[in-house]
Design a protein around this ligand. Structure first.
Ligand code: ADP
Ligand code: MG
Length: 306
């Protein structure tokens, strides 16, 4: 028998390195008319590296003991930033201590008990705002002021700042940088021309780092500092306005938005298991540029001119 067009399209998508989970998904891909893209691991390669380690004065830590502490807290997380911290500690030959009570909060960071102290590693503003003591004046202590100033500098430089708190006191800041995917800008352009709508960037990262990267790839609509549910809200808002939104993401933090979207695509190589399971399709061969290709395949299969 001749293959039905949607099944041939699935086979074709597979040859491009994209796993499309069903014929229904193959059909829906060609209907999308808006795109929401995650930043870290999606527009960027997802193999970030630690580029700066600053133990705060008065913390009693050296840059190495700070990095070792952060790596201990992070070593059970599958977040790309966590892997960067652990790799940097290993590269310096540092010992990574055992931890208890490990917990991670998508879009925020991790926490663990290490040698009797509570250690938190993650987004500076969110961690400082979440401290149990202090209330609104939280960020007024000298450690927080210093940490936030350093975080802002790193952000302006296009890096992601990661704060380390020990017993809710800032002890250091790490700078982490990831490379833009080589096909990111071309993919944004292709998606814009296929859908007729400028893609939006949805990220949990800080506004400066997001704006800088968005400018490099040609995205004007940037939503930064988002929690997983904020990404869902952005998708729902566009769908409420009649859009069929394609979400492209990789993280645990993207899973709810991947599920809420008309169609969700996950980046496979560095993507979290939850994102890969939730998404309708998976980019297995780690090339972002295959996404517009599968949209075009879908339209062709449905007899639409691309
Ligand atoms: P994105 O939406 O760009 O993929 P995430 O939502 O995964 O980013 O993360 C948002 C922010 O939360 C990160 O920029 C970082 O500041 C913080 N964060 C989340 N998880 C971790 C972690 N395991 N270690 C350090 N920081 C983290
Ligand atoms: Mg991500």
């Amino acid at each position: 028998a001749t293959m039905p067009p949607l099944l041939s399209a699935i086979a074709n998508a597979g040859r491009h390195g994209v796993l499309v989970k069903s014929a229904v998904v193959m059909e829906r891909l060609g209907q999308v008319d808006a795109v929401a893209i995650d930043k870290t691991g999606t527009l960027t390669e997802g193999t970030p590296r630690v580029t700066a380690v600053h133990a705060l004065p008065g913390s009693g830590l050296t840059d190495d003991t700070l990095l070792a502490l952060a790596a201990a807290a992070e070593h059970r997380s599958e977040h790309p930033l966590a892997r960067a911290v652990v790799d940097a500690a290993r590269a310096r030959g540092l010992r990574i201590a055992a931890v208890a009570d490990f917990a991670s909060a998508p879009g925020v960071g991790v926490s663990a008990t290490i040698a009797g102290a509570t250690v938190e590693v993650g987004a500076p503003a969110r961690l400082l705002g979440a401290r149990p003591t202090g209330g609104d004046d939280d960020a007024d202590d000298p450690e927080s002021t210093e940490a936030l100033a350093r975080a802002r500098q790193l952000g302006e430089d296009g890096q992601t700042a990661v704060l380390v708190l020990r017993d809710w006191i800032p002890v250091g800041i790490l700078g982490i940088a990831d490379r833009l995917r080589p096909d990111a800008a071309a993919t944004v352009t292709a998606l814009e021309s296929l859908t007729g709508t400028a893609p939006m960037l949805l990220t949990g990262d800080n506004a400066q780092a997001a704006a800088r990267l968005a400018a490099e790839v040609g995205i004007g609509d940037v939503r930064a500092g988002l929690l997983p549910q904020d990404k869902v809200a952005a998708v729902r808002e566009a769908e409420g306005a009649g859009r069929k939104v394609l979400v492209i993401g990789d993280g645990v933090n993207d899973a709810p938005a991947l599920a809420a979207a008309h169609t969700g695509i996950a980046m496979g190589r560095a993507g979290s298991d939850l994102a890969l399971e939730t998404a309708d399709a998976v980019v297995v061969r780690d090339e972002l540029a295959t996404v517009p290709k599968v949209i075009a395949l879908s339209r062709r299969a449905r007899g639409l001119v691309v």
